[in-house]
Design a protein around this ligand. Structure first.
Ligand code: ADP
Length: 620
């Protein structure tokens, strides 16, 4: 069972929640507070002035006084409503936007967290629970926004209505019983009991609701997947149609419908508690009414004051009930906020390094002594039983062209992921110029790599923005990189050149490109970054044979002086590399140039080469 949060913890969590609101939605909390305060002021000021008018009418009927009170009611109402409606408009706008900014809270975390954590099932579950709670039910930050509104409104109601009730207890009827100070206690008790009943009802209602929310996590996920991703995502539509996956979606929807029936029982249980609370509040109201009317009948105050006291006591009651509701609710949303903060506080080990990476001039005859070394590196993916890399040792220097070959699953891509610090080794060390790469500033370290991953992704920005990965960029350089990557002809047919948007997510005139063209854009992106290390993981897998041959023949021109690591299972394409490392079962089993490796007739390279050559001979 979850531990109950202490008051101190709740204050700390609420303060941090307000901090998050201020950072991501500035002005929203303040707007809500001002609006809630004004909402409390307006009816109570009206009640107070109306009581004055009625008392004047029932008494001396002085025209000047009457006019003054009427003008005061009209003007205060006018100004309060005017200011409130302006504040409300601005705040509503911010509230409508807040969900996008809450999305940014998660996006910021995802962008900076360790890549390995993105795949960790436990962390994924933690994130999923926090985001579903927030976006489906408003739990946590959403409740905080609404809770702040209720808190200010309740506090203002309590303070203002108390100040309008004081004279109720000070006025004399001449009767010892009616003027007894015990009435303060009695009326106070009625108000507090009403509040307690409501607070208990809220707590019970919330507990039932939370149980319901937790039990629906799978269904919500299924709903999003089947209702949105599977049915509406064009990327999946081909497979869905061909393999008739809509029957799987229908089954999930059916299961969800059955779930809906269970919701009825939950709703009934939730409704029972507020009903009981309403009975307690109603009984308290009867006592207040009887007390006020009796005192008025006994001449303690005029008729107008009945309006004031009944109105103020009513508001005091709702103020106290709301305050208790707010406090009960605060415990619930602090629990959800804690869940969110636990996720946001997952430490980023990647950013612990501080060493700057020495910037060296590659093209201007600068010192080119960069050396990368894998020393007995072993790595297992989170949750996996087998090692993807085992005791791997490999060294390469700047300017070298290293080809990495091997069967599927031999660890080639994992080797690149570790090199780029997407994961850290479990054993052993990767060193840059003799220093463990974990000691370097992460962003600086990443800046020395241009990588084209096998499963690269382009984005729905313009072609040029995709190449430069920036909104503002050097157009000429982007065009040059696209041409180098073999996209000259396609670029000519793009309606707005490098300004042409890719894909149709945001722009109706967005252009769809083929897998091969996308791979060329990804290559151009790597060239634009112009980093000293260029890593290409199967960079020609989606290209046609002519485009592939074109890339190979100008590979030297493409990578220039850069150190390049080239992964391919098309062995003939590795011949131009200075060195070839042959991977098998997560380790380097052979190393050397093509000719040397071909001489080792019982080696894996020879086996792979001859298998491929035989296939090509047969085909040709
Ligand atoms: P290659 O690039 O040589 O085809 P990989 O480096 O992709 O091989 O994979 C090496 C091993 O690690 C394989 O057994 C593969 O199944 C496993 N593997 C790869 N990625 C993951 C992952 N994200 N989680 C768990 N295991 C993985």
């Amino acid at each position: 069972m979850k531990k109950r949060l202490t008051v101190k913890e709740r204050i700390r969590i609420t303060k941090r929640g307000i901090g998050v609101l201020k950072q991501y939605c500035p002005g929203l909390a303040e707007g809500k507070a001002v609006s809630a305060g004004l909402a409390a002021v307006q009816p109570l000021v009206s009640v107070w002035l109306s009581a004055k008018i009625i008392n004047e009418l029932a008494g001396e009927r002085r025209m000047k006084q009457l006019l003054f009170f009427v003008a005061a009611v009209v003007l205060t109402n006018f100004f309060v409503l005017l200011v409130k409606s302006i504040v409300d408009r601005v705040t509503e706008e911010k509230e409508a936007q807040m969900w996008n900014f809450f999305g940014k809270v998660f996006a910021d975390k995802a962008m900076t967290m360790d890549y390995a954590d993105l795949e960790d099932a436990k962390i994924l579950q933690q994130k999923q629970a926090a985001s579903e709670n927030l976006f489906m039910f408003g739990n946590g930050l959403g409740q905080l926004v609404w809770g702040l509104n209720s808190l200010v409104n309740a506090a203002a109601n309590i303070v203002l209505s108390l100040s309008l009730t004081i004279t109720l207890f000070l006025s004399d009827t001449g009767s010892k019983v009616m003027d007894s100070p015990l009435w303060i206690l009695g009326i106070g008790l009625c108000v507090v009991l009403g509040g307690l009943a409501n607070s208990k009802a809220t707590r019970e209602e919330n507990a039932i609701f939370e149980k319901w929310c937790n039990s629906t996590v799978w269904f919500n996920r299924a709903f999003i997947f089947f209702g949105h991703v599977l049915s509406m995502n064009p990327d999946r539509a081909k497979d869905v149609r061909i393999y008739k996956q809509n029957s799987a979606a229908d089954r999930a929807f059916q299961k969800m419908k059955e779930r809906d029936k269970e919701a009825g029982a939950y709703v009934l249980r939730m409704a029972a508690y507020p009903t009981l609370a309403a009975v307690v509040v109603g009984m308290g109201n009867v006592v207040c009414w009887v007390f006020v009317v009796l005192k008025a009948c006994m001449g303690a105050f005029g008729v107008g004051s009945i309006v004031q006291y009944i109105g103020a006591l009513g508001k005091l009651g709702t103020g106290v009930q709301d305050m208790m509701f707010v406090l009960a609710d605060n415990e619930v949303y602090c629990g959800h906020l804690q869940g969110l903060f636990d996720y946001l506080d997952i430490p980023n080990h990647k950013y612990e390094g501080t060493l700057p990476v020495e910037k060296r001039a590659f093209c201007d005859g600068g010192d080119t002594e960069y050396e990368i070394e894998f020393c007995n590196v072993s790595f297992r993916y989170p949750g996996a039983e087998d090692y993807a890399l085992h005791n791997l040792s490999l060294k390469f220097k700047i300017g070298e062209r290293l080809a990495v070959v091997g069967k599927n699953g031999s660890g080639k891509t994992t080797f690149i992921k570790l090199l780029c610090r997407l994961y850290d080794p479990m054993e052993g060390e990767i060193r840059l110029n003799g220093v463990d790469i974990r000691k370097y500033d992460y962003d600086e370290y990443l800046s020395i790599f241009s990588v084209v991953f096998q499963d690269f992704k382009l984005f729905s920005f313009s072609l040029g923005q995709n190449v430069a990965t920036a909104m503002e960029y050097d157009r000429e350089k982007a065009e040059q990189c696209l041409r180098k990557a073999g996209l000259s002809e396609r670029l000519k047919t793009m309606p707005n050149g490098v300004d042409t948007p890719l894909y149709k997510d945001f722009e109706t005139e967005g252009v769809e490109i083929s897998g091969g063209e996308a791979q060329k854009v990804a290559l151009a992106r790597a060239l634009y970054k112009d980093a000293p290390f260029i890593v290409l993981d199967e960079p020609t897998a989606a290209l046609d044979p002519i485009a592939e041959a074109e890339i190979y023949t100008k590979f030297n021109e493409l990578v220039g002086e850069k150190t390049s690591i080239y992964i391919s299972h098309r062995l003939s394409s590795c011949k131009f590399c200075d060195e070839i490392a042959v991977f098998d079962n997560g380790a380097v089993v052979q190393r050397g140039c093509h000719e040397d490796l071909m001489r080792e007739k019982d080696g894996l390279y020879y086996e792979l080469w001859t298998a491929q050559a035989r296939y090509y001979e047969k085909v040709v």
